[in-house]
Design a protein around this ligand. Structure first.
Ligand code: GLA
Length: 729
C-alpha cells in the first residue's frame, strides 16, 4: 500500500482506487505530487513540473523565492518565501518566526499509531500501513514528523503531525495544522456545513474563487456554526458521479479549515487546530501531537465518498461495543416535562412506555442538586431528593421492573454560579483573572485542563453510576468558552487552555468508557454542537440537534450524513406542534425520519392521541425489522432538500444488496400531480426485487433506471417507507 522509490525519491500511497504521491523535491523539501484516482506504478515526478520550472535551487539559486512560492509543499512553513497559507510556525528563542523544514529521514511500517491523548482511527496491524517523514529545522532544533496512514480497501489517507523540540531552548508553537496539500486545479466547488443552535450542518456549495475561503470555530467546541468537515468536488459532481475530496478533522475544539486558490489557480488545503489564540510552549525534549485529518477521495460522486466515511468511522473510529447493534428504543423526558418532573411522573412515563414497547427511560436534565430550571446546580452531581424521593436506586429498580432500562443525563464540564461546587471552588471555572466572567445559560465552564477538577467531577459521576443499574448516559455540553484562561496555568502556558481543555474532556471520556464499557454513551452539545469524529471515538451516537421537527430534520440529517454514519445520528419522535418551530407533521413521518437515525421518543405518551399511541407500537416493530439496514447498510441519498425542498428520499441497502429500505417524504403536496417517481440506486441491476407496497417484482435495473412510483400522498409532510427484498424470478 505504501511504496518508496529511492531513485525518484517518491512515496506512493495506494488503496482501493486512490493514489497519493509525495516527493522529496530539490532542496530536500517535501512536496505534494498527486491525490486522486489510482495511477498504477510509474514515476509521477513529472507532475511537479520541475523541468519546466527554471527556479529549482540547483538551477537558479538567484531566484529561489519563486521556487518557494510555487512548490506544492506537504507542510508549508512561514518565513522562507512561501506566501500561501502556512501550516506551521513557531516563535524561537530569538523571537523569530521563520521555519525551514527539510527532509531528514522516513520510515514505513505496518499498522496505524495511536495518538497520545487524542481520539484517532485505528486498524489491525495487517490492514494498515503508515509512513512517517521526519523533517528538521536545523537552526532552531525543531523536528516535525509528517504521519500518513492508509487502511486497506478505503480510498483514504489519514494525516497528522508530531512535533519535537530537540534543542536545549524552549520553542513556542504558534501554529501546527494537521495537514496541508495543494491540488493542481481550482475547478472545484467547496461544500461546508454551517448552522446555529437547532439548525446544524446546513450544506452550502460554492465555487472556489481566488483567495482564501475558510471555516472555523473559536468556541472551544467544534460548534453549531461550522462542522470540522468540508468537501471539494468537481463542478459537475453529484451523488453519483464526479470527483469528491472530503476533509474531516478528528477533533472537538477550536478548528480551522481553508481552501486557498493561488495566483497560479491551484488549490491549497489546510486543516487543523485553530491557530487564533493558540500557543504551545515546547520545552527541551517535549512533543506535541496534532489531531488527525481523515481525507477521503471518490472518483464516483459524493454518495460514494459519504459511504466511505460511514464505513471508515463505523469500523475504524467508533469503539463502543454497541456500534453495530440495535440500540434500545428509548423515551427521553426532556420535551415531555422539561424540569417539571418528579419520581411519580417519571414512573408514569415509564409505565406507559413499557405498554407501548419502548425499552429504556432516559431521565434528562433536572435530577441533581436543587435544579428546577437551567439556573443552578451544575457541578453538584448528587440526587435532588425533593424530586426523586425515595431515591435513584429505587426509581431505577422500579423502571427495571417494568422491563425498561434506565439512562441518565449529565453535563460534567459545567459549573453553575449557584452551586455548592462554585461556593467551594470559584477558581475552578475557566476565567481570566481580574475580569468578569460571561454567563451563558447562566453557567460557566469548568477548568478541565486541571486533573484535580476532573478527578473531583469524575468521582461524583462514578458514585451516581455505581449507585443503580444505569445503562445509558447522555453527556451534554451546553455553552461555549469565553474568557479562556486558567487560574492554574503559568502566564507562558495560558494560551494552551483551549487545547488542554479538549484534552481534559477526552481524558474524562476515556476514563468513563474504560470503567463503564457496558454503558451506552450518547454525546450531546446543546443539540449538535459537538457532532464530530472526536466524540465518535468515545460514543457510538451523538444527539444531532435540539430541533426535532421532522421537516427541519431532513436538512439537518442530510447534511450530517455527508460525513457521519446514520447509526450515529441521535433522532427522536417528538410532540406537535413542534417545540422548535411550531410545525404540525403526521406521526408517521416523524417516525420515518427518526428511524433513519438511532430512533427514540421524546414526548409524553399519555398526552397524545390513541391513534398515535398505537402507531408507536407499529413503528417499533418496523424499526426492529429494518434497523440492521440503517445501522450496518449503505445509504444512498436520492433527494436533495437543499436544492429541491418539495421532497426528500433516501435508501438503505444491506451490504449483500438483498434488502433495501426506501423512505420518501413529500414535503409540499402539489395539485394535479398524481405520483412521484424515485429512481433507486446501489441495487444489483441483474437481480429481482419484490416490494411490500404493491408486491410488484422488478429488476434492480428497472428500479434504478425507471424508478419506483409513489402514488399521490394527500397533504403536506406525508411520508412512505417501502421495503424491497431480493426474489428469484
Ligand atoms: C441540551 C440538550 C437537550 C436537553 C437540554 C437539557 O439543550 O441538547 O436535549 O438535554 O440540554 O438542559
Amino acid at each position: 500500500m505504501i511504496k518508496y522509490n529511492e531513485k525518484n525519491r517518491l512515496f506512493k500511497l495506494s488503496t482501493a482506487d486512490m493514489t497519493y504521491a509525495i516527493k522529496i523535491a530539490p532542496g530536500n523539501y517535501v512536496a505534494h505530487v498527486y491525490f486522486g484516482k489510482e495511477i498504477p506504478d510509474e514515476d509521477l515526478t513529472w507532475l511537479l513540473r520541475l523541468d519546466e520550472n527554471p527556479f529549482t535551487p540547483e538551477t537558479n539559486a538567484r531566484d529561489k523565492a519563486v521556487y518557494m512560492d510555487t512548490l506544492p509543499f506537504e507542510y508549508p512553513c512561514l518565513g522562507t518565501g512561501d506566501f500561501r497559507e502556512h501550516a506551521f510556525s513557531v516563535l524561537d528563542k530569538d523571537g523569530m518566526s521563520t521555519v525551514d523544514l527539510r527532509y531528514k529521514s522516513h520510515i514505513i511500517y505496518n499498522g496505524k499509531p495511536k495518538l497520545k491523548g487524542l481520539p484517532a482511527t485505528f486498524a489491525d496491524e495487517n490492514k494498515a500501513q503508515t509512513l512517517e517523514i521526519t523533517c528538521v529545522d536545523e537552526y532552531c532544533g525543531i523536528e516535525v514528523v509528517l504521519i500518513y496512514s492508509v487502511i486497506e480497501n478505503y480510498s483514504s489517507v489519514i494525516r497528522s503531525v508530531r512535533i519535537k523540540n530537540n534543542s536545549t531552548n524552549p520553542v513556542n508553537i504558534t501554529r501546527a495544522m494537521s495537514m496541508a496539500l495543494q491540488l493542481d486545479s481550482d475547478k472545484y466547488d467547496m461544500h461546508t456545513f454551517y448552522g446555529s443552535w437547532a439548525r446544524e450542518r446546513h450544506l452550502e456549495r460554492s465555487k472556489l474563487h481566488h483567495g482564501k475561503q475558510s471555516i472555523d470555530s473559536l468556541r472551544g467546541e467544534s460548534s453549531h456554526q461550522h462542522n470540522p468537515f468540508f468537501m471539494l468536488v468537481s463542478h459537475t459532481a453529484d451523488e453519483k458521479q464526479g470527483e469528491a475530496y472530503g476533509f474531516s478533522l478528528v477533533y472537538s475544539g477550536n478548528f480551522f479549515a481553508q481552501a486557498e486558490v493561488t495566483q497560479h489557480s491551484k488549490t491549497g488545503v489546510t486543516m487543523g487546530i485553530n491557530y487564533v489564540d493558540f500557543n504551545w510552549l515546547l520545552e527541551e525534549g517535549e512533543e506535541f501531537q496534532t489531531p488527525e485529518v481523515v481525507m477521503v477521495y471518490s472518483s464516483s460522486g459524493i454518495g460514494n465518498m459519504s459511504r466511505t466515511y460511514h464505513d471508515l468511522y463505523r469500523n475504524h473510529l467508533i469503539r463502543s461495543k454497541f456500534k453495530n447493534t440495535r440500540r434500545p428504543v428509548l423515551i427521553n423526558n426532556w420535551e415531555a416535562t422539561y424540569f417539571d418532573f418528579n419520581y411519580e411522573k417519571l414512573l408514569n412515563i415509564a409505565r406507559d412506555a413499557s405498554e407501548l414497547g419502548i425499552e429504556m427511560l432516559v431521565m434528562d436534565d433536572g435530577w441533581f442538586g436543587h435544579r428546577d430550571s437551567d439556573n443552578s446546580s451544575l457541578g453538584d452531581w448528587f440526587v435532588y431528593e425533593k424530586k426523586l424521593s425515595p431515591g435513584l436506586p429505587q426509581l431505577v429498580s422500579e423502571v427495571n421492573k417494568l422491563g425498561l432500562k434506565f439512562g441518565i443525563w449529565f453535563e460534567p464540564e459545567m459549573i453553575s454560579p449557584d452551586s455548592e461546587l462554585y461556593k467551594k471552588h470559584p477558581e475552578w471555572a475557566i476565567q481570566v483573572k481580574g475580569r468578569p466572567l460571561t454567563l451563558c445559560r447562566e453557567q460557566y465552564v469548568l477548568d478541565y485542563s486541571q486533573k484535580e477538577v476532573r478527578d473531583y467531577i469524575y468521582e461524583m459521576l462514578r458514585k451516581i453510576l455505581t449507585s443503580a443499574n444505569i445503562e445509558y448516559v447522555k453527556w451534554d455540553m451546553n455553552r461555549q468558552l469565553t474568557e479562556a484562561g486558567s487560574c492554574f496555568l503559568r502566564a507562558d502556558r495560558q494560551r494552551e487552555i483551549w487545547h488542554r481543555y479538549v484534552l481534559g474532556v477526552y481524558e474524562m471520556m476515556e476514563r468513563f468508557t474504560t470503567d463503564f464499557p457496558d454503558i451506552l454513551l450518547e454525546n450531546c452539545s446543546g443539540g449538535g454542537a459537538r457532532f464530530d469524529p472526536g466524540m465518535l471515538y468515545y460514543s457510538p451516537q451523538i444527539w444531532c440537534s435540539d430541533d426535532t421537527d421532522a421537516i427541519e430534520r431532513l436538512k439537518i440529517q442530510y447534511g450530517t450524513s455527508m460525513c457521519y454514519p446514520p447509526s450515529a445520528i441521535g433522532a427522536h419522535v417528538s410532540d406537535c406542534p413542534n417545540h422548535s418551530c411550531g410545525r404540525i407533521t403526521p406521526f408517521e413521518t416523524r417516525g420515518h425520519v427518526a428511524m433513519s437515525g438511532t430512533f427514540g421518543y421524546e414526548l409524553d405518551t399519555t398526552r397524545i392521541s390513541e391513534n398515535d399511541r398505537q402507531m408507536i407500537k407499529e413503528q417499533i416493530k418496523q424499526y426492529k425489522k429494518y434497523c440492521h439496514l440503517i445501522i450496518n447498510g449503505d445509504q444512498y441519498r436520492l433527494g436533495n432538500v437543499f436544492s429541491d425542498i418539495s421532497y426528500d428520499a433516501w435508501l438503505f441497502i444491506s451490504k449483500d444488496k438483498t434488502q433495501a429500505l426506501l423512505t420518501y417524504v413529500q414535503v409540499l403536496a402539489k395539485a394535479n400531480e398524481r405520483s412521484k417517481r424515485i429512481k433507486l440506486d446501489g441495487l444489483n441491476p441483474d437481480w429481482y426485487y419484490k416490494n411490500d407496497v404493491n408486491d410488484l417484482v422488478l429488476s434492480g435495473s428497472a428500479l434504478m433506471n425507471g424508478g419506483f412510483n409513489f402514488e399521490n400522498l394527500w397533504g403536506d409532510f406525508k411520508s412512505k417507507q417501502v421495503y424491497f427484498t431480493r426474489v428469484e424470478k
